[in-house]
Write a protein that binds this ligand. Structure first.
Ligand code: AMP
Ligand code: GLY
Length: 423
């Protein structure tokens, strides 16, 4: 117990990272910048929100490893800034993070490496994009190529929707600069899968695959959200499928990264669609997924700190499939109105009543001011109730009973998450 680790971020994913890192035998203290009142239950939160402030925390607290949670600091080159000061970091430099920050670059990367993905055409001008969809009417997906906080993907069922999506991105600039260039992509069909690979620049280890539920409503209806819940393992992602994912997607990705001179030490999150023609990449992300991390880490048997530290050093201590114990299910409680605008400051009951094999990760909560220790909502996604067990069915039952004890006015909860895995 001698090492100190600093996690950057403040959401449910970072709460899960801090919780798991704090269990490592090598870790003396976990810090989180900026963290949150919920994360303060498992880590020391520090008020640092710029690279310079992070560097001073690293020096003052003698931090041994920095783990970057969200994509924005990675795309902005914080990992490079920290490494140039001799700090060990789990998270790619700006060159690797471009796989998430620039979807046109990611497409070109996949094409160069012959990685299966949806066909796509890139446009900088709305007239050309409009002419393209008119010449190819039918379902398509319009994507802002830049970072748009998970909102820049519009699924279009027909030509009218595609035209409207192009105008929203390029003429109305709904996603700002991020949507000034777009991809018009073939609509793929099939179940989705999230694969989290740990890279050390050369070698690959991967967690048990998980599945996120993006739509707000039960039965996968209504608008897309940041994710309403997740589970692991996934029945249709068996060893044979994972062997294919490694051979057709992960290994070619690492080869291509190396060919481009990119020393990627961090998490490569591959968002897949399991199509009739095999797994195809929907997107690359350069960080852990949210809310998948909240189930993948409780179901991971190993030492997270040792794993991430060895990747940051360029010498992964394990390769291939990482050890999993049983199954885990996570159910998000979201505020009324989410994914639209949602009210903050609504009192929450039941957070402290936790059962065995269950956890509550905080995504958007805060405690009241002095004299008011009550938990209150502070965002769209508020909490994630996670449970694990031998089987998905067991984990799901406990997660549901846990989620039902967490009460706040207008709470939205999907009760169907992982239900299909039980049958
Ligand atoms: P992305 O941020 O690119 O993963 O897109 C967000 C979500 O949009 C994905 O998780 C899918 O549900 C959906 N999506 C993205 N690309 C496609 C595609 N080519 N076909 C069908 N759905 C897609
Ligand atoms: N679970 C979706 C994401 O983290 O992007």
């Amino acid at each position: 117990m001698t090492d100190k680790v600093l996690v950057i971020g403040s959401g449910g994913r970072e709460h899960a990272l801090c919780w798991k890192l704090s269990q490592s035998p090598a870790v003396e203290e976990v810090y989180c910048a900026p963290g949150s009142d919920g994360i303060a239950l498992v880590a020391t939160c520090v008020n640092a929100s710029t690279l310079e402030q992070i560097l001073s925390v690293v020096r003052e607290a003698s931090i041994d490893l920095v783990v970057v949670g969200p994509e924005q600091p990675l795309v902005a080159g914080w990992a490079d800034g920290l490494r140039s000061e001799g700090v060990e970091v789990f998270g790619p430099g700006a060159d690797g993070a471009r796989l998430e920050g620039d979807k046109a670059y990611a497409k070109e990367f996949m094409s160069a490496a012959a990685i299966p993905t949806a066909e796509a055409v890139c446009f900088d001008r709305s007239e050309a994009a409009l002419a393209h969809v008119r010449a190819h009417p039918g379902p398509c997906v319009v994507k802002a190529t830049g970072l748009a906080a998970g909102k820049g993907v519009i699924l279009c069922a027909n030509l009218a929707e595609a035209e409207a999506a192009i105008r929203t991105c390029m003429e109305e600039a709904a996603f700002g600069e991020a949507g000034q260039q777009i991809l018009v992509e073939e609509m793929l069909e099939g179940p989705e899968l999230s694969v989290f690979a740990v890279l050390d620049g050369e070698r690959i280890a991967y967690f048990a695959p998980s599945r996120d539920h993006k739509r707000i409503g039960e039965g996968d209806t209504g608008p897309n959200t940041g994710g309403m819940g997740a589970f692991t393992p996934v029945r249709d992602a068996d060893d044979a499928l994972m062997t294919k994912v490694v051979a057709e997607i992960l290994e070619p990705s690492v080869t291509e990264l190396r060919r481009r001179g990119i020393d990627y030490r961090g998490l490569l999150y591959v968002g897949l669609m399991l199509t009739a023609e095999g797994p195809k990449v929907l997107e690359f992300n350069c960080r852990f997924g949210d809310p998948e991390t909240q189930v993948v880490l409780p179901a991971y048997r190993g030492d997270l700190y040792g794993l991430l530290k060895s990747a940051a050093r360029g010498h992964l201590e394990v390769e291939g499939a990482l050890d999993r114990r049983g199954a885990a299910v996570g159910l998000v409680l979201a505020s009324a109105g989410y994914p639209g605008s949602s009210q903050k400051g609504v009192p929450i009951e039941g957070i402290d009543a936790k059962g065995d094999h269950a956890l509550v990760f905080h995504a958007g909560t805060r405690r009241g001011s002095t004299g008011d220790p009550e938990w209150r909502t502070d965002g769209g996604r508020v909490l994630c109730a996670v449970a694990w067990g031998e089987t998905i069915g067991e984990a799901r039952r406990v997660a549901l009973s846990q989620a039902e004890q967490l009460k706040f006015e207008g709470a939205q909860l999907r009760r169907d998450i992982a239900a299909q895995e039980e049958s």
